[in-house]
Each structure stands twice: as structure tokens, then as C-alpha cells.
Design a protein around this ligand. Structure first.
Ligand code: MN
Length: 750
């Protein structure tokens, strides 16, 4: 008898679990009863037994028995999502059909069609996730379509991933990164879209922790350090209010939780601000216990504004007008007596659950007796979005679609209803180039949601876009500022270069005519020297300026003639030095130092724990430095490109070309010098550049490759490209830069 037959002939009701597992089952049923109004204990017990029997002998990477995983997933389903017994059974059996001998038929026989359908849906969904060839948007659509049949499938899938993320530690690093980046790219945004806010936050934090343990620990430690002062602040603000609330018979809780770790990190990166500034942005939440009502929220609001001055523009009433995803709360920002601003959110306990758990809370607070109603409504909502992507048809749904978006992408539709993914901030021009480069080149105007709209208008998710094209190419260099996508930018740049070339050719023609008429003979090489004397970056640029009418060809002729006559340049100028190179006209200059300071000592790459002589190089996108968490990608030529783990491209590559990932480590000391970029911001004062150069030159063995500074209304912003030994070295230099008088900010920059 094979294993399948053995398993399927089990009499699950009579099957006796070993003592340990029996007591686990009892414990499990207790949790079910605690969280569920109705629970088919017998069905759950049968599912539990089959889960144990079918996974018997299997272990997880941690060495723990495998069956514990589905049990933990089921517990998330019960405790964190408040789902029903059918979902619990499906969660217990979610890996059986894919990984064991158990068949779908058998599950249908023993547990009914609902459980079987859920498991079937889960098996299908995992196919969608595994199929990495498809574009992300398509995957997303497929997923939505699959889940729309039964939302519970998605919730179980998320719980499965959440547990896998919680227990990711024992896996090899490469696998951890693959799972974490997929979670970040796919699961977290989807969880957010489905209103599973708490789950989204945890998924993000766990992924971040796996991808960048150092960064995670840094913020976690800072949060711990700040806990006391945060609590003291809340107490100070809330003390007078608390008393009044208690006197008026209110039952409530105060929460002042800071944002989750990854969102703090993201904000620090995006706004380039230190932890302290981001961290301060937390809201105080007043949550009224049952059976307080929305009217009570308004009373609390009036207590608060009696005591503190509210900022009227910051007031939001999401109670009377809930967000489309069901979020309800009153938001007000008040000024405390110490002059600090703080946001206060007031809501009932039910509203708070919706805010934290979104959809899952709707589930819990089922209205009336028909528990399926909310699921139905949600499924209806998704279908509506899919069937009617045009805002005029279903404004509310599409609005919600937007509210729920937090990714860097927007989803827009062609006139035929096809979905296109574009980066946030894209315009109809991006859309046009996305459709076809010819459509982009000939774009004249666009219609957004049926209305004429400028080509440079920013698009929103859910917009339906139509591009009106002319017969001829209409592309203009100005468009470069109106597009976001790489595709559009590349095409426009190509166009600009082509145009420049034509103008430069025209300039050369003008010059050659002039020269030949005057019988002046000069080689390109000599002319290049002239160009650089005249401070043109290249001969090409000189010709371009002539062609464009920005530089007089006669002027050039006179200059060249003088040079020819004397056999040298007459007006020998000072060589440009960093100190006085500041170009007064546009307030920007650039100094490029000799690159010969870059050593190329290669001591071999430590790959998968072994020193190899594989050729390798450092990725230009993220410029890794010893001390950074790094990873290698084998290129098609067989050499290895080293990226930082936190690099955006890394995330993408892990997903699309996971097979090419190799674990790499820094050799103890390579002797190489590494490129590190530092952004520096401060007051624009006399001698600042000097001070910066001094700090660099006094920092041991630091070489400056380039410095690029621009200033505007009393402030300057600069980028220094330095050559350093390792991360500590770079941090040291940054610390010294920060000490310069007038420097506001100095930080590493990719
Ligand atoms: Mn699983």
C-alpha cells in the first residue's frame, strides 16, 4: 500500500494522536471556542489529525516538526483575523495537497466542498506567486481574480506568509532574502490594499529585519531608548484630559504607539531626516471602550479642544464621512501648552479594530446573522473594481483603490480596459511611450477619463487614459521634465542627442565654411585645445553653441587666428583650482580629481564561504563599501557584480533572477578603495569649501574624487564622492564633516 492509500484509509474520527499532540489539539480547540461564536469542533479535530498524520516525519528548516507550521497559521487565522471554522480547517490543511499524498478529492469527501475549494484556491494562488515571469501587475490581477472567488483564500495565504516570515531565521541567507523581498514587494502592498494594516506592518518589519538586520536593530534600539520620554510626553498631554474623561464616566484607553520600524526607516530615507525628526510624528489615540458611540467621540473632542488649541486646517472627520475602506476616526492636531504640536485621534473600539485590522475586523463585526454578507460585499467590491475600472462608473470604488495605494506605482487603464503599471507621478506622456514609442513621439494631446487633459498632467490610479496622436513626430526636448518612466526618458534623451548632433553638425559646417573662406587651416585636435581654452567642455559643445547661435563663429575665428599667428595662446589664464572655481553665473561647479588614486588590488572574492578567483566588480547603483551587507549577482558573462543588500536593484534581481544570486563576504582587508557618496547641506558662507576640503585632506587616507556644490538663497547643497577603506572610515569622515561650522546635514547617499 502506498502512502496515499494509507493516509486516505485513516478513520480520522477514530485516529488517536500521540499524547503530546492530543494535548496540543485540546489547547487548540480551546482557542477556537474562545474566539469563535460557532465552531464545528469535530471537523476542526479531524483537520488537525490529518494535518499531523500527513506531515508526519517532515521537518522545517529549524528542525521542528512540520505540522506545527499549519497549526500556527491556523492560530493566526483565529486570533488575528477572527475567521471561521472552515477557514481554520483549510489553514490546517493548506500544505497537504501541494506537499503530501492527500488529494483534493479526499478533502472534499471528508471536509466538504468549501474547505476543498479553499485549499484548491490556495494551491492555485501559490502557482501565481511562483510564476515570476509575469509582470507584477498581471500577477496582481490574477491574484485578485483568483481570490475574488473566496476572499478567505487570500487571508489564509497572508497568514501562511506571516508565519513563514516570523520563522525565517533558520533559513540560509539567500533564501531569506528571496522570501523577504517577495514579501516586501507583493504581500505587504496587497495586505495593505485589503485593509490588513497590522499584518502589512508586521510583514514589512519582518522583511526589513531579514534584509537589513543592522538598520532594523538601529531603529529598534532607538525606539526603545525613546520609550520613556514618549510615555512621559503622552502623560503630560493627557493628564488633564484623563481626569475630565474619568469624571464624566468614560471608559477608554490611550495609545501612543510610534509608527512601525520600516515606515520610520522609509521616511528617514525619503525625507533624508534623522531618526529623531521622524520619530516625533506619532499620534495619540483615544479609544473608547464599548458601548461608547460616535457621539461620545465628539464629546471627547470637545474636552480636548477646550484644553488645547486646535489647528483648524488639520481637523478631519472620518466618522461622518468614513474612508471608503471603512476607516472611521476623528483627527485633530492641537498645540500643547509647551507649544508642541500633536495629533490626537479619537475613535471607538470597533472603529479602532477596523483601522488596525481592516477587512478582518469587518469580518468579526458581522452585522445581522448572515456571516457571509461582508465577504460577499467585499468580493462584490473587488469585482466592481475589476469590471468597471472607470471612475465615472464606480467612483467610490476607484477612490478606494487610490486610498489603499501606497506603493510607488499607479495602475491606469487603456481605452480598452487593459491595465498598465506606471511609476507614481507618471503623466499621459509616460503612458503614451509605454503603449509604443511611436505613440509617444506623435502624442499631441490626451484624454483622461474621457476629458481632454494636458500631456503633463499627473495620473492617478484608476485613470483611464487615451492618447491622441498626430501624423508627424511631435516630440520635444521639454518633455523630459514631464515624464517619469525610464522608457520615455530614454527615448526623449535619444531625441535630444540626435537634435544636438544635428545642431553641432550645422555649427561645424558654419565653422568650416568660415575657415575655408579665410584659408585658415586647423586640425580638430588643435581646435579641441581652443575649445577647452574657451572653457567649452568639448569640441562638440563648441560646435553645438555655434550651430545654435549661442557663440559667434567670427569670434572663434579671431581667437584661432591669434593663436595661429603667435603659435600659442596669448591670454594664459590661471589654472582653475577648487578654491576659486565657483562659477558666479550659475552657482555650480564641479571638480574632478585624478582617478589614478583608485587602486585595483583584487585579493579574490569570498563566495559562498570560499575564496575564488572569479572576476568581480562593485555595482555603481549602490556603491558598496566594506562593512555593508552585500550580495553578489553572477552576470551573463560569468563575473560577479556586488550590490548592497538594501539596493533597490538587488530586490528586483533577487526576484527575477534568484538563481544568479551568490552569497559574498568582504575579505578581511582588501586594500581597495571604495567609492562613497556623501551629501552635505549647510549655510553658504565664505570659506565653507575650504573647510570641507580641509576635513577631507586631514582625514587619513581619504581621497576626493569629485565635489559638486550648488547654492541657493544662503544655503548650499553638495555631493562629495570620496574614496574610502570601509564603512567605518566613511562614517568617521561624515562625523568630521558634521562638525564644520554651518554644516546642517551630512550623510551617506547612494
Ligand atoms: Mn505553509
Amino acid at each position: 500500500m502506498n502512502k496515499q492509500e494509507t493516509l486516505e484509509q485513516l478513520d480520522l474520527d477514530a485516529y488517536e494522536l500521540p499524547e503530546k499532540q492530543q494535548s496540543e489539539l485540546n489547547q487548540f480547540l480551546k482557542i477556537c471556542r474562545e474566539f469563535m461564536d460557532h465552531c464545528d469542533d469535530e471537523m476542526v479535530a479531524r483537520a488537525f489529525k490529518l494535518c499531523y498524520a500527513s506531515h508526519q516525519g517532515e521537518t522545517r528548516a529549524s528542525g521542528e516538526p512540520f505540522y506545527e507550521h499549519p497549526i500556527e497559521v491556523a492560530k493566526i487565522i483565529i486570533r488575528e483575523l477572527g475567521m471561521d471554522d472552515v477557514s481554520v480547517a483549510a489553514a490546517l490543511l493548506h500544505d497537504t495537497v501541494e506537499d503530501t499524498e492527500v488529494t483534493l478529492n479526499y478533502i472534499e469527501q471528508k471536509f466538504g466542498s468549501t474547505v476543498a475549494n479553499l485549499i484548491d484556491g490556495l494551491t492555485k494562488i501559490s502557482g501565481v506567486f511562483k510564476n515570476k515571469g509575469t509582470k507584477q501587475a498581471e500577477t496582481f490581477m490574477k491574484l485578485l481574480l483568483t481570490m475574488a472567488e473566496d476572499l478567505r483564500v487570500v487571508l489564509i495565504k497572508f497568514s501562511d506568509r506571516l508565519h513563514n516570515m516570523r520563522t525565517i531565521q533558520p533559513l540560509p541567507r539567500k533564501k531569506q532574502l528571496a522570501i523577504a523581498s517577495e514579501t516586501m514587494e507583493l504581500y505587504a502592498p496587497l495586505a495593505h490594499r485589503f485593509g490588513l494594516f497590522q499584518m502589512k506592518s508586521e510583514l514589512e518589519d519582518l522583511s526589513f529585519k531579514a534584509m537589513d538586520p543592522t538598520g532594523y536593530k538601529f531603529i529598534a534600539r532607538k525606539l526603545r531608548d525613546k520609550k520613556e520620554s514618549r510615555e512621559a510626553f503622552i502623560e503630560e498631554v493627557m493628564n488633564p484630559i484623563n481626569k475630565q474623561l474619568e469624571d464624566s464616566g468614560f471608559q477608554f484607553q490611550i495609545k501612543g504607539r510610534p509608527k512601525h520600524i520600516y515606515s520610520i526607516y522609509k521616511k528617514m530615507m525619503r525625507q533624508q531626516k534623522p531618526f529623531e525628526e521622524i520619530y516625533d510624528l506619532f499620534a495619540i489615540r483615544i479609544i473608547l471602550d464599548d458601548p461608547h458611540t460616535k457621539e461620545d467621540c465628539w464629546r471627547v473632542y470637545s474636552f480636548i479642544t477646550d484644553w488645547y488649541t486646535p489647528i483648524p486646517e488639520r481637523f478631519r472627520d472620518f466618522i461622518s464621512v468614513p474612508k471608503a475602506n471603512g476607516y472611521q476616526s476623528l483627527h485633530t492636531t492641537v498645540i500643547t501648552h509647551t507649544g508642541k504640536k500633536v495629533e490626537v485621534q479619537i475613535r471607538t473600539k470597533k472603529m479602532d479594530e477596523v483601522a488596525e485590522k481592516g477587512l478582518a475586523a469587518h469580518w468579526k463585526y458581522k452585522e445581522g446573522s448572515s456571516e457571509g454578507k461582508n465577504i460577499e460585499r467585499f468580493v462584490h467590491w473587488i469585482r466592481e473594481v475589476l469590471d468597471n475600472p472607470r471612475p465615472d462608473a464606480a467612483t467610490e470604488f476607484v477612490e478606494d483603490f487610490q486610498l489603499n495605494l501606497y506603493t510607488d506605482e499607479i495602475y491606469v487603464f487603456t481605452p480598452k480596459g487593459e491595465l498598465r503599471t506606471l511609476p507614481q507621478g507618471s503623466t499621459p506622456l509616460d503612458f503614451a511611450f509605454e503603449i509604443h514609442s511611436e505613440v509617444g513621439e506623435r502624442a499631441l494631446a490626451s484624454k483622461v477619463n474621457g476629458q481632454m487633459a494636458p500631456l503633463r498632467q499627473e495620473l492617478k490610479s484608476g485613470d483611464q487614459v487615451e492618447v491622441i496622436t498626430g501624423k508627424k513626430v511631435n516630440l520635444s526636448a521639454d518633455w523630459l521634465n514631464d515624464v517619469k518612466t525610464h522608457k520615455a526618458k530614454a527615448r526623449i534623451r535619444q531625441f535630444i542627442r540626435q537634435q544636438e548632433r544635428e545642431i553641432a553638425d550645422k555649427g561645424r559646417e558654419l565653422w568650416e565654411k568660415k575657415a575655408s573662406r579665410s584659408k585658415l587651416e586647423i586640425s580638430d585636435q588643435e581646435l579641441s585645445k581652443v575649445a577647452s581654452r574657451l572653457k567649452f567642455p568639448s569640441l562638440h559643445k563648441l560646435f553645438y553653441d555655434i550651430g545654435a547661435g549661442a557663440y559667434d563663429v567670427t569670434k572663434l575665428y579671431k581667437y584661432v587666428k591669434k593663436y595661429k599667428d603667435k603659435g600659442r595662446f596669448s591670454d594664459d589664464e590661471e589654472k582653475i583650482t577648487p578654491k576659486d572655481a565657483k562659477d558666479s553665473e550659475d552657482n555650480a561647479y564641479e571638480i574632478v580629481y585624478d582617478e589614478s588614486t583608485l587602486t585595483s588590488a583584487s585579493k579574490g572574492l569570498v563566495m559562498n564561504g570560499e575564496v575564488t578567483d572569479v572576476k568581480y566588480s562593485y555595482a555603481k547603483c549602490c556603491n558598496p563599501i566594506p562593512g555593508d551587507d552585500v550580495i553578489g549577482f553572477i552576470s551573463r558573462e560569468g563575473d560577479v557584480k556586488i550590490h548592497r543588500v538594501t539596493c533597490k536593484n538587488t530586490r528586483h534581481l533577487i526576484q527575477t533572477d534568484g538563481d544568479r544570486v551568490v552569497d559574498v563576504k568582504w575579505a578581511p582587508f582588501t586594500g581597495d578603495q571604495f567609492t562613497g557618496a556623501v551629501k552635505i547641506v549647510g549655510e553658504d558662507r565664505v570659506g565653507m569649501i575650504n573647510d570641507i576640503s580641509n576635513v577631507i585632506s586631514k582625514s587619513l587616507n581619504t581621497n576626493m574624487k569629485s565635489i559638486n556644490i550648488s547654492s541657493d538663497s544662503g544655503m548650499f547643497e553638495g555631493t562629495l564622492i570620496l574614496l574610502v577603506k570601509d564603512i567605518k572610515h566613511l562614517e568617521n569622515v561624515i562625523q568630521n564633516l558634521q562638525k564644520i561650522d554651518g554644516v546642517k546635514l551630512a550623510y551617506r547617499y547612494e
